[in-house]
Design a protein around this ligand. Structure first.
Ligand SMILES: [Zn+2]
Length: 239
């Protein structure tokens, strides 16, 4: 193949690789963010039992405190009972003690059911924690791979940039200008293969005469439709 065309094909490879890498540099952090979101969503969902468990625990403490308060109140009432002067006051205080005892009974019943619920939720929370820990491991492993990929981009790009700079030195200024112009107008692809009379860039047919000429000439020919610089490539031979 013609020297200029070979250089352009290699240059195209560099340009395409660099475009791919800069796309990756945008896409990979998005992928990581999406992974983070998914994990947090999962974590939030699976921690429902834990929240319920913590809520029950708080209710248990609260109930125990209520009982403590009632008991303290009753001690005081019973002390006052000794100093009571008339029957009416005495009856009122007995009533007060009775009410306190009854509400203490209610709270104690509630505590029993809270403790039963706590037992159930403790088992669920333990299972959830195991699932979450497994999921976290998977999530972190996946994230690590993407981060490594992301960290390699700059070095990779620098190497393609160097290769491109070296190639550009060998291509004449007018051909380079033609390539750049066509490339910028065609989504970053300025050189394209043609096979079986079809341009692989725009997928349009190449007139048979031009197709024949492409296989013989030393000139740089352009696709009549997309204007990309063409080169003949036998796809069957390649495969
Ligand atoms: Zn074309």
């Amino acid at each position: 193949m013609k020297k200029n065309l070979l250089l352009l094909i290699k240059l195209q490879e560099c340009d395409s690789q660099l475009v791919g890498l800069s796309t990756k540099k945008i896409k990979l952090p998005e992928k990581i963010a999406k992974l983070d979101d998914e994990f947090n969503l999962f974590k939030n969902g699976i921690e429902q039992n834990k929240r319920k468990h913590d809520e029950l625990k708080a209710r248990h403490i609260e109930s125990e405190n209520k009982i403590k308060k009632i008991n303290e109140g009753m001690v005081k009432t019973k002390e006052r009972l000794l100093e009571v002067k008339n029957n009416k006051e005495y009856q009122a205080m007995l009533k007060e003690i009775e009410i306190a005892e009854s509400s203490r009974g209610d709270i104690e019943t509630e505590i029993i059911s809270i403790l039963e619920e706590l037992d159930k939720f403790s088992i669920l929370v333990k299972k959830d924690e195991e699932i979450l820990s497994q999921r976290r491991k998977e999530f972190e492993a996946e994230k690590k791979i993407i981060e490594a990929d992301l960290n390699a981009i700059d070095a990779d790009a620098a190497s393609w940039e160097q290769k491109r700079a070296d190639l550009r030195k060998d291509v004449s200024a007018d051909i380079l200008a033609r390539y750049e112009k066509v490339k910028n107008r065609n989504n970053g692809v300025g050189v394209i293969s043609v096979w079986k009379e079809v341009c692989n860039g725009c997928h349009m047919n190449i007139p048979p005469q031009l197709y024949n000429e492409l296989q013989k000439t030393t000139e740089l020919l352009s696709c009549p439709n997309c204007n990309r610089i063409m080169y003949f490539q036998n796809m069957e031979k390649q495969a």
